[in-house]
Ligand binder design. Structure first.
Ligand SMILES: *[C@@H]1O[C@H](CO)[C@@H](O)[C@H](O)[C@H]1NC(C)=O
Ligand SMILES: *[C@@H]1O[C@H](CO)[C@@H](O)[C@H](O)[C@H]1NC(C)=O
Ligand SMILES: *[C@@H]1O[C@H](CO)[C@@H](O)[C@H](O)[C@H]1NC(C)=O
Length: 690
């Protein structure tokens, strides 16, 4: 829940034309040097679902006979620390995976202790070191995203976002190769495109990727094409097939991939190549899985010929499961359940098969009884540790009290307060559907929010309320500050405690208004912005000079949002962040010194195929800061999730994790991609972007 929807129809008025023509057009410079640290503090934000992922990699062994396949019990392969996912078997007793432990992204390789006959990857780094875990990317920025690792000989191939792209909304995801003993690293993706989901051919010679040349804000299926290139240096880049993702190799001339067909079903396809030296051509493409259920993220192995692993969403299950498709009996493919018989009520993601065909792996939530509790504040590596510490918070719209001791947040439906040091229990202060949260700067224990439906039209009944929470056990005193319910929302108080800026749909359009903070609109109202578009998500600067907000006035009625600032007296309007037509920049919040903004945006595009993750309405959301003059943009988060609703407090919260106490069932509380829901697809009620 991070982006406000615009109105469905608007007119372009003279006023908006004026703004379109005369507003200063500020363009982004490529990622610039951090300005001198001026403000110690902390940035806290939300990632949809991620605080409850608790992913680990699990596996079953496969016994394949001439005409049958059997599977053993499930074993957990990773250690239950943080989030471990997107595995790869370099051999049947080593596992390579992505781990987000310690607030960073690392590619780790573990020697599996449970397996006696250890055959190391043919590599000196692993021999006789006495270690059982190797960090294969110690040389890359710990902040950047690393994903989809695979290993062939001495070449580690993976996706990384450590190099900024050349323009706003172009993904930073590129495929890299690191020589694991020298750590010599090469980019294999041309600068002008983004590559996802790399897979090395069994011989190691070729790598296949899903490549994106232009992103038009797809949030379900990316419009990727398959390309091959030489693993050694990225040369001989060759187009293979349009509209295809998540490729894998069965042998050096057979690929599987997924795509969504015109009727909306995801299916797995087989591509046969002709390979003569460096000359590659596509001979045939055939669909393997039928319509009627979704099949995607295929995996194959030369050790298990004629079998492909897939993830499915079938109409008779609400869960994503792993299956094997036995293709060996031409004309009568059979499907073998891998996970549904083991854990029917859990989602399972992104299968992979060992090179000898003896193991299948995937990741799933490890559950509540097995591992560490979720984190209320998850400390992430800050790009400017002197200036701010950075935290992912388990709840949306976090805001820190003026004394730094409490955090208010939303967990729909309901508003809660917790101590920032994790002590005590979480207190529900309002049980209705309300968003966001903002503390009064002067009156202790007063929190503003808006009560009603989020993402709703101008006429929806939403009103601003203040919540006085008093002492620990006192009942919340609720005061309504607006009337009429014309979608009055996003209150932000002035630093002197006297005023509130908010957005209201009372004119038929969502614009900004200012009212008295204790008497509300009954004591009068001042309209700050006016026009047939949406101005929303306003924030009053700590020095009182500015109000930042998000607006679609560049294209009224459109779903693109840019960040603007205006003085509280209505002068000085200017645009600060714009990521292009239809782009997204939302939820601006001032730094404690009022010189920067933190916000969420699609500035860095998407970083992975969305179907490989649980649900994120807006998988392009990352957190950025920018100077209020529009210079010095910095990317704080690198991931394929939906990051949003940031807060910036002047208090420096110690850069360490703060746990929460939760009942077991809440540990895995996140959704699979909503648009895979079979009923939603059939009724055509799914399939919309945000
Ligand atoms: C964890 O991160 C801190 C810095 O935030 C670093 O000093 C420490 O070495 C890291 N630990 C591991 C095990 O990577
Ligand atoms: C297809 O294979 C299954 C077992 O794998 C068998 O039970 C079934 O009879 C076969 N169907 C046909 C039409 O051959
Ligand atoms: C409006 O407010 C700004 C910032 O406080 C101030 O610099 C400016 O002089 C004011 N303009 C008017 C017309 O009051």
């Amino acid at each position: 829940m991070q982006i406000e929807r615009g109105p469905t129809k608007t007119l372009i008025s003279m006023a908006s034309l004026f703004l379109l023509l005369f507003l200063p057009h500020l363009f982004f410079l490529q990622s610039t040097e951090a300005a001198a640290a001026t403000s110690a503090g902390s940035i806290v934000f939300t990632t949809l679902g991620r605080s409850r992922y608790s992913f680990d990699i699990f596996s079953l062994s496969i016994a394949s006979q001439f005409d049958s396949i059997s599977l053993s019990q499930e074993t957990q392969l990773t250690d239950g620390v943080s989030v471990n996912f997107n595995g790869f078997f370099p051999s049947s007793n080593t596992i390579l995976y992505v781990s987000e432990r310690n607030g960073t992204h690392h590619l780790l390789l573990d020697l599996l202790p449970s397996i006696e006959q250890v055959t190391l990857p043919p590599h000196s780094v692993f021999a006789d070191s006495g270690k059982t875990r190797f960090d294969l990317t110690p040389h890359l920025s710990p902040v950047s995203m690393k994903d989809r690792p695979s290993l062939s000989g001495e070449n580690l191939i993976y996706v990384s976002t450590h190099v900024p792209s050349s323009s706003p909304r172009k993904s930073w995801a590129g495929v890299y190769s690191t020589h694991i003993s020298t750590l010599h690293t090469k980019r294999l993706t041309p600068d002008v495109v983004a590559d996802f989901s790399p897979a090395i051919s069994p011989s190691g010679y070729w790598t296949v990727v899903a490549s994106l040349s232009a992103w038009s804000r797809e949030v379900e299926e990316l419009n990727t094409d398959l390309y091959l290139f030489r693993t050694s240096d990225g040369s001989q880049r060759t187009f293979i097939e349009h509209h295809a993702g998540w490729p894998c190799w069965a042998d050096d001339s057979t690929l599987y991939f997924h795509r969504r067909d015109e009727s909306g079903w995801w299916g797995v396809y087989k591509a046969v190549l002709s390979v003569t030296g460096d000359l590659i051509s596509l001979i045939s493409v055939n669909r393997i899985t039928p319509t009627g259920f979704h099949a995607f993220t295929p995996a194959a192995s030369p050790g298990l010929p004629g079998v492909v692993a897939i993830a499915t969403r079938r109409p008779d299950s609400k869960y994503r499961h792993i299956e094997l498709v036995d293709l060996r009996n031409e004309g009568n493919y059979s499907y073998i359940e891998v996970t549904r018989t083991v854990n029917p009520l859990s989602h399972h993601y992104n299968p992979f098969i060992s090179p000898d065909g003896s193991r299948i792996g995937y990741h799933r939530c490890r559950g509540g009884s097995n591992g560490n509790p979720p984190l209320l504040f998850e400390n992430l590596r800050s790009i400017a540790p002197e200036e701010f510490s950075l935290f992912r918070f388990d709840g949306s719209f976090p805001s820190i009290s003026p004394d730094g001791k409490h955090v208010a947040f939303v967990n729909l439906p309901g508003v809660y307060v917790a101590n920032t040091d994790g002590s005590g229990s979480v207190r529900e202060i309002f049980s209705g559907n309300a968003f966001p949260t903002a503390w009064d700067w002067k009156r202790e224990g007063v929190i503003y929010t808006s009560y009603g439906q989020e993402f709703a039209s101008e006429s929806t009944k939403v009103d601003i309320i203040s919540l006085y929470i008093g002492n620990n056990n006192a009942e919340t005193v609720i005061k309504k500050l607006t009337t009429g319910g014309n979608n009055n929302a996003f209150p932000s108080p002035s630093p002197d405690g006297k005023w509130i800026v908010f957005r209201s749909g009372r004119s038929g359009h969502k614009n900004l208004y200012i009212m008295d903070s204790s008497k509300g609109e009954f004591a009068g109202l001042y309209q700050l912005t006016e026009g047939p578009w949406t101005d929303t998500m306003c924030n009053w600067s700590p020095d009182g000079e500015w109000i930042a907000f998000s607006s679609n006035r560049d294209n009224p009625g459109g779903d693109g949002f840019a960040i603007y600032m205006v003085h509280p007296n209505g002068t000085g309007l200017r645009r600060v962040v714009y990521t292009g037509e239809g782009g997204r920049a939302n939820h601006p919040i001032f730094s404690p010194d009022s010189k920067k903004l933190v916000f969420t945006s699609d500035y860095a595009g998407v970083s992975a195929e969305p179907i490989s993750n649980p649900h994120h309405y807006q998988p392009y959301g990352d957190i950025f800061t920018i100077n209020i003059d529009g210079s010095g943009i910095r990317r704080l988060t690198h991931n394929s999730y939906e990051d949003g609703t940031p807060a910036w407090t002047k208090y420096f919260l110690e850069p360490k994790d703060v746990s929460e106490s939760l009942k077991g069932s809440a540990f895995c509380g996140f959704d699979d991609c909503h648009w895979l829901n079979v009923e939603a697809r059939q009724n055509k009620i799914g399939g919309t972007s945000c």
